[in-house]
Design a protein around this ligand. Structure first.
Ligand SMILES: [Zn+2]
Length: 218
C-alpha cells in the first residue's frame, strides 16, 4: 500500500495513530456531541510558542477552550475603521468568541522566555522600521512601556519578565477598546483575566490588571 501522507513527519503520523487508538475512543461520545456545535466557556489568548500549550496547562479537552494563538499573545487595540490589516485574525476570533459563542471569560496567557517580547526589547525604539511581519506585529508591545513598574530592572531576565507581565496587562486594556468586549464586561457577561506561565517550573501566576501584582496559583 502506498504511503497516504508522503513526507508527513513521524511526530504527526505517530501522534495521530495514538489519537485514533487511544484518545479518540475514550472520548467518542464527546466528539459525537461536539459535532453538533461548540459552547466553550472560556477564550484563551496565548503565544504560538510550542512550550505554552493552553490545553495542556489547563488539562482541557475538546470543546472546552476557544483558543487564539499569536506571537507574544498580543491583543492590539481595536481599529474602529475595521482596517486593522495586521490584526484581522485576532479581532475576528474575539468577535466570534464574544458575539457568537458568548464566552464568559477571556484569559490572556503570557509566558517566560517569550521570543516575541525579547524581539521587542532588543529592537526597542526602532520597531516601526523593522522589516518583515514580526516588527510591525510586536510594535503593539510599545503600549506596555507605560505599564512597567518604576522599579523594574533595566536589563536582563528581570526586564524580560517585567515586559511580559506589562504586555499582558496592556492586552487586557486593549481588549476593552473592542466595543463588544466593553459592553459584555459592563453588563457582567464577561470577565477578563491575565496570567503568566513560568515554563521551567510549570507555574501559573494571575496578574492584577490595575496593579500588576502577580499571585501564583496553587
Ligand atoms: Zn511567546
Amino acid at each position: 500500500m502506498s504511503d497516504p501522507a508522503p513526507g508527513l513527519p513521524d511526530i504527526l503520523t505517530d501522534g495521530y495513530a495514538r489519537f485514533r487508538s487511544s484518545r479518540y475512543p475514550g472520548r467518542r461520545e464527546t466528539y459525537r456531541t461536539l459535532a453538533e456545535g461548540q459552547n466553550p466557556p472560556v477564550m484563551v489568548v496565548s503565544c504560538c510558542d510550542s512550550r505554552v500549550d493552553p490545553e495542556a496547562i489547563f488539562d482541557a479537552g475538546p470543546g472546552e477552550l476557544f483558543v487564539v494563538r499569536n506571537v507574544a499573545n498580543l491583543v492590539p487595540p481595536c481599529d474602529p475603521s475595521g482596517d486593522c490589516g495586521h490584526d484581522r485574525g485576532t479581532g475576528a476570533a474575539l468577535e466570534f468568541a464574544v458575539e457568537g459563542l458568548g464566552v464568559g471569560h477571556i484569559a490572556v496567557i503570557g509566558h517566560s522566555g517569550c521570543g516575541g517580547i525579547r524581539a521587542y526589547i532588543e529592537s526597542r525604539g526602532s520597531v516601526p522600521d523593522t522589516p518583515g511581519f514580526i516588527g510591525k506585529w510586536i510594535s503593539t508591545v510599545r503600549g506596555a512601556e507605560a505599564r512597567l513598574p518604576a522599579d523594574a530592572p533595566k536589563e536582563g531576565p528581570g526586564l524580560q519578565t517585567a515586559f511580559e507581565c506589562a504586555s499582558i496587562r496592556n492586552s487586557l486594556d486593549n481588549l476593552l477598546t473592542f466595543p463588544f468586549v466593553r459592553q459584555a464586561v459592563d453588563e457582567g457577561r464577561l470577565t477578563l483575566h491575565g496570567a503568566h506561565f513560568s515554563i521551567g517550573d510549570g507555574r501559573l501566576s494571575m496578574l492584577d490588571r490595575a496593579t500588576g501584582e502577580a499571585v501564583a496559583l496553587e
